[in-house]
Design a protein around this ligand. Structure first.
Ligand SMILES: Nc1ncnc2c1ncn2[C@@H]1O[C@H](COP(=O)(O)OP(=O)(O)O)[C@@H](O)[C@H]1O
Ligand SMILES: [Mg+2]
Length: 427
């Protein structure tokens, strides 16, 4: 099999790394990939968002299976374009990807089918949104841009003024363009967050695992949001009964709801959840693997990832089970100085090999590239250091030991990834 992975982050590196272990994979390609992916796959300079160029690459290289990492090409219809030409591709159609591409669409679906989520209403006119805000009488709210906003479209408003500011930014100033032409005003929930990953061929749902990620730049969840600064899996805080409810009442119910409405979702369904006093509730869905959770999840997989991906594409998931190591995992992201604001690139990275020698550790590349035989930084998030261990404490210790072996100018990372969960695990 000749497989193409579309994307260039640590998520795609983890996928390529996992696929490379499959004996039926003859050749791996990535578009565009990065310096780490290049050690396992042939990287071709094709932008993940350039649908026409990806199709051309698939035709030219005789690709048997395309695996799409990021959301933008999914929401843009890459899967439909490849399938209509008879190619196999892992990921949802453009219509099914609306579950991530439009928060209003996802919310309507959940409300029609009784899937637990925060109450909310959608608005296109600023005046109407204000009127509703006033009718809520100061109840805490979250303002969400409807469409893809690269993780910047959500405001958990501390007061009325902040809520109005967010509505104004979306509806009046068009800070997110069309993505913010519709906004949701949502009831603010509270509780710990977890992410749930399931593979589905649109009928059968194969639950994978739960993970938790760390969105803020600083220790103790301080500072601005990022693409994700770390993750761990599984999540000891979630008991088996709650996990069962997540798979049945949320993942399976959502796939069934979509199928009932004629929208078959194929690929990876990611539910971002809050564990409230009334049980788990959906904050949002993503239509692809999460980053950095994937870097924590895939090293624990003991089943053949390529087979699971193919079964998802071919609609034969019912005959598969996913097997996992008993070990747990922790992933620490190393970012460029200044990220998530402005940062410089081109800094040489030292210590990659030594870091990879720590027991149980794999170093996945995010924003890296090769320049004159050296690996240099090429993005905001640069590396994702993942470690397995018997306990979260052990996985943490291994991950941070590897982190300390790596250096580049301006390197920053959180020191508290999975720290609280490791405490809970001990008690
Ligand atoms: N209804 C809500 N109540 C409280 N917090 C929320 C709510 N919705 C979202 N959040 C917070 O905002 C973050 C981002 O929201 P999310 O819907 O996941 O959008 P995105 O990931 O597209 O930015 C969540 O991870 C959560 O911390
Ligand atoms: Mg989210």
């Amino acid at each position: 099999m000749r497989i193409l992975v579309v994307g260039s982050g640590a998520r795609e590196h983890a996928m390529v790394w996992c696929l490379a272990q499959n004996p039926s994979v003859d050749r791996l390609f990535a578009a565009p990939g990065n310096a780490g992916i290049a050690s396992e796959a042939t990287c071709l300079p094709v932008d993940a968002d350039d649908i026409a160029a990806v199709i051309e690459l698939v035709e030219r290289e005789g690709i048997d299976l395309t695996v799409v990492g990021p959301e933008a090409p999914l929401v843009g219809g890459l899967v439909d374009s490849l399938e209509s030409r008879g190619y196999k591709v892992f990921g949802p159609s453009k219509t099914a990807a609306r579950i991530e591409g439009s928060k209003a669409w996802a919310k309507d679906l959940m409300q029609r089918h009784g899937i637990p989520c925060a109450a909310s209403r959608a608005f296109e006119r600023f005046e109407d949104a204000l009127e509703y805000l006033d009718a809520l009488g100061g109840a805490p709210v979250v303002i969400k841009a409807d469409g893809l906003a690269a993780g910047k479209g959500v405001t958990v408003a501390q007061d009325r003024a902040e809520a109005i500011g967010a509505l104004q930014a979306c509806l009046v100033d068009r800070a997110f363009g069309e993505a913010g032409a519709t906004v949701l005003i949502e009831e603010r929930l509270s509780g710990p967050e977890v992410s749930a990953f399931a593979l589905t061929d649109g009928r059968e749902v194969l639950p994978l695992v739960l993970a938790q990620d760390f969105k803020r730049i600083g220790d103790g969840d301080e500072g601005p949001n990022t693409g994700g600064m770390g993750a761990y899996s599984p999540v000891p805080l979630v008991d088996a009964a709650t996990e069962g409810r997540i798979w049945d009442e949320i993942a399976r119910a959502t796939v069934r709801a979509m199928d009932a409405e004629g929208v078959r979702f194929k690929g990876l369904l990611y539910a971002g959840l809050m564990l409230t006093e009334d049980g788990p509730k959906v904050l949002e869905f993503n239509c692809r693997f999460g980053d950095p959770e994937t870097e924590a999840v895939l090293p624990r997989l003991r089943s053949d990832f390529g087979e699971l991906v193919l079964a998802t594409v071919e609609g034969t998931l019912s005959s598969y089970k996913a097997h996992w190591t008993d070990e747990v995992s922790v992933t620490v992201v190393l970012a460029s100085g200044g990220y998530p604001g402005e940062y410089r690139t081109g800094m040489p990275i030292a210590g990659l090999e030594a870091a990879g020698e720590v027991d149980g550790v794999v170093v996945f590349h995010a924003g890296t590239k090769e320049r004159q035989g050296r690996v240099v930084t090429a993005g905001g998030r640069v590396l994702a250091v993942s470690a397995l261990g018997a306990t979260l404490a052990e996985a943490r210790a291994r991950a941070y030991e590897a982190v300390e072996r790596i250096s580049f100018e301006g390197m920053q990372y959180r020191t508290d990834i999975a720290a609280r969960a490791a405490e809970e695990e001990r008690s």
